[in-house]
Every structure is written in C-alpha cells, then in structure tokens.
Design a protein. Structure first.
Length: 91
C-alpha cells in the first residue's frame, strides 16, 4: 500500500524500491529447504521478521484512516459466561 499511496514520501527517504524498504524494515534468514524436485536440499534467503516497527507504523499512520472500537462506538452484544464442571472419566 505504501508504494501506491506514499510514493513521494518513500522516494524522499530513499525507500522507493522494495530492496531498500526491506533492508530498513525487515530481517532475512538463511534456511535449508527441500528442493522443489524432492532430491536434496537447498539454501534459501527468506523474509523472517519485521524490525523498526515504530517507524513503519508512524509512516503507515500518515496515509491510513485508523478507526478503533472506542472511536466507532458500535453496539457490542453482552457475553454470558458460565462454567460446566464434569467428572473425569476412567479413560
């Protein structure tokens, strides 16, 4: 979404291609996987996790219209909880 809605901002920060964006906000991991033909293994570099999340979230908030449950004030049904106690079987 950022590449479509924040193109100018990403370009100004030098994050206009995916590799630059991924190096700033992602961490890669080298892992061993089964080869597609099923004979042997191969190493693959995969996107493992996000880093610098506060900065990414702040950039996302510039373009997103985020609504919380408190701001929407929608009716929420009441939940009725009850506990059913049963005897343990011999099994």
């Amino acid at each position: 979404m950022q590449s479509y809605l924040q193109r100018d901002m990403l370009k100004a920060r030098g994050l206009n291609n995916f590799d630059a964006w991924a190096s700033c906000f992602g961490e890669t991991k080298l892992s061993l996987e089964l080869a597609p033909e099923g004979k042997g293994y191969q190493t693959k570099m995969r996107f493992a996790k996000f880093v610098n999340l506060p900065e990414l979230i702040n950039m996302f908030k510039e373009m997103a219209d985020i609504k919380t449950a408190e701001s929407l004030n929608l009716p929420v049904p009441k939940a009725n909880y009850h506990t059913i106690a049963t005897e343990a079987s011999d099994f």
